[in-house]
Design a binder for this molecule. Sequence first.
Ligand code: FES
Ligand SMILES: [Fe+2]
Length: 411
Amino acid sequence: MGRYGALELADLDPVGPGTPSGRYLRLFWQPVMRLKDLPPGRAKPLEILDEKFTIYRGDGGVPHLVPYRCPHRGTPLSLGWVEDDALRCRYHGWKFDHTGQCVEQPNEDRPFCHRIAMKSYPTREYAGFIFAYLGEGEPPPFVRYPDLDRPGVLIADPVEVLPCTFWNRFDNDHGHRHWVHRATALRRNRPDVLVLHHEAAEETPYGWRGVRMLKGDGPDVETSMGEIVKGGRDRAESLMGLAKYTHWFMPNARMLFQRTRARGFEGRELWDTKVVWTVPVNDTSHAAFDVTHTPLEGDEAVAYEKSRTEQQEAEAETRWDLAEKVLAGEMTLEDLPDDIGGYTSFTIEDYCTQVGQGSVRGRGREILAKGDEGPVFQRHLWLREVNAMTEGRPLTDWTLPAETFTTQTNL
Ligand code: FES
Ligand SMILES: [Fe+2]
């Protein structure tokens, strides 16, 4: 992809403060940690947007985000103790309230706490994650997603950290599915996953919408196994259902739909709504914060949550080891164990192709084609907005519709 004003895509890899992408992403609330990964009364180090922080939850559970290092002599505040809503440094016991104001210097005969204040960042809890605003000045209004706010089960998955630029996840368009996930489709007897298609894009008030387009326009469809399925178009379209659409919310969230894959619920016409925020950890790795809404209530909701959570937490540990073995050529994706869950094998397959791509600059010149319409559109929007920001021109004020995207309630 060529230049846009003074920028080209490779200029958008760095995400630290002052970089084009870093400045743009800091204009929006970002998820930084899963709530259940940070118990009340606990502090942890956090790296996000190529900056280090200390994140902690007060004894009452309220999350707070402050700088990584103590302003006294620089020891990590994440080593310290949480006391109510304040944090005490482990090195010399200075204590800071949740606004970053120093309130105690126990070793000093003449404390001068009132002169010591560090920054603290606004935080919010939503959809099982802690969000923070890392930019300057007042934060923008917090964006809620009506589809996630409906009655149903919300499950925030273990945060996926992949050692590659966030662009590799953005670029993961629908044209990959029937190739990257071929092994899983065959293992799990899902011939529908193998049908050839690509993604078309159109701009919307919230970003853009991707539409999956089956290859060709006759009644037949082709698969990535080289088969022609006679008269298969209607069935392929109806199997796609809600999954035909992906909604991209600028700058870095997207919503997609899939039939639920949790064990015990696979055969049902039950649709998950998934929202994924892709947030750079630094210039060479990114985190995917992924929450799924499933329209179940009562006992079914409890059973579903148990099945899905057990399966994913159990497999989260080992999956990247398997992916690295595949990348190293020690095994193939076809060699993954047969009993591995569908969710896990999909993520291993995506890991291999995305991490294997490396950085935008490092992979050299790309040859883009009509089938790459989705990623090209996404890159175009980002370059347009970031270029406007660096030139001091007004930015698009992205807005979400007030109603849900999942209007077909029987799906
Ligand atoms: S370094 Fe934190 S109190 Fe001294
Ligand atoms: Fe994928």
